[in-house]
Design a binder for this molecule. Structure first.
Ligand code: AMP
Length: 315
């Protein structure tokens, strides 16, 4: 962490990247880190690059950065374990690249990597960075709110087993900085009528395999019929999380040109399976992809087998 602090002090222009299809933790890490740097060093230029996360868009919006601006700048990539998923990709134009992450690394990009796989959220790492140097760093309430947003979303509202006592200590630190828990929960929980109707579709149309893998397929037709955004549709993955006897579940989401898999577990590790399908992530939450729907049966069979083995080993 000392090295990251030193590099932030050294550069006057800092560009903070996230991952493609950013989530609350990615946005929270970007906006939280930007807030720490801007508040501590008001003369430095800090820019955020990457895509939009609708459900965390209350934190702010991304900046426009030209190629020229990367010259002489440092790029910091947060919450991304795979160089192919960095958004945006112009890190190679920057003078120096730092990775700050909590995923199982798919590759080791950048000049310096700070990875803590055991942390449930990248925002926790950034908040701990602030805490470690708090005599020298500053943050505002808005920065703390951004970091808390990422901690809430990536821990499933503090419900996942990656949550440890240090997670609550860090959350408490953010509360002491003025975070309003109810305000953030309200912003994250709000849903439109179409999304609620889509939930009905998911609950009526998911499938279950013999050994206990549950999944639902969201095709373009479904997205169009329910008139929801891709993000709203993909966010329904955890609707299947509470099913009895189902340790692994997934949502397959059709995008133009690929089918995104959002794979989840409350039992066996799923990241290695995700690796075989162009993905990765964490032991209990991974992403991957299929090229076409024709690849679905094979993937479903592999998940079913994984669950079968898990249940046999357990009993
Ligand atoms: P998702 O289902 O997209 O939320 O992904 C679950 C976790 O796996 C998140 O932490 C993602 O950042 C990560 N992840 C998703 N897709 C990939 C991928 N293709 N490669 C590596 N990590 C991924």
């Amino acid at each position: 962490m000392k090295h990251i602090f030193k590099k932030i002090k050294e550069y006057n222009r800092i560009i903070i990247h996230g991952h493609v299809r950013p989530d609350g933790d990615c946005y929270g890490s970007q906006f939280g880190l930007k807030n720490i740097i801007n508040t501590t060093f008001p003369d430095k230029e800090v820019y955020l690059v990457g895509g939009k996360c609708e459900h965390a868009s209350f934190l702010g919006s991304m900046d426009t950065v030209t190629d020229e601006m990367f010259k002489g700048a440092i790029s910091i990539v947060v919450d991304c374990g795979d160089s192919k998923r960095i958004d945006d990709k112009r890190i190679n134009l920057a003078d120096y690249v730092i990775k700050i992450d909590h995923h199982i690394p798919v590759d080791n990009y950048g000049d310096y990597q700070f990875v803590q796989e055991e942390k449930p959220a990248c925002c926790q790492i950034i908040a701990e960075f602030y805490d470690k140097f708090k005599k020298k760093l500053k943050i505002t309430k808005e920065g703390a709110m951004a970091l808390y947003t990422g901690m809430v979303t990536d821990t499933g509202r503090f419900r996942f087993d990656s949550v440890k006592s240090d997670t609550f200590k860090t959350a408490a630190l953010l509360l002491d900085l003025g975070v309003n828990v109810e305000e953030i929960d309200a912003k994250l929980s709000i849903e439109n009528l179409n999304t609620l109707k889509l939930k009905g579709y998911v609950l009526s149309n998911f499938k279950m395999t013999e050994n206990g893998f549950a999944y639902v397929c969201i095709t373009r037709d479904v997205v169009n019929e329910y008139q929801v955004s891709d993000e709203e549709a993909a966010n329904q993955v955890n609707l299947l999380s509470s099913l009895e006897q189902i340790p692994v579940w997934a949502l397959f989401m059709e995008y133009p040109g690929e089918i995104r898999i959002r794979l989840r577990s409350k039992g066996p590790a799923i990241d290695l399976l995700a690796n075989n399908y162009g993905g990765g992530g964490h032991e209990k939450a991974s992403g991957a992809k299929l090229i076409t729907w024709d690849d679905l049966p094979k993937f479903v069979d592999e998940c079913d087998l994984l669950v079968k083995k898990y249940k046999l080993e357990k009993n």
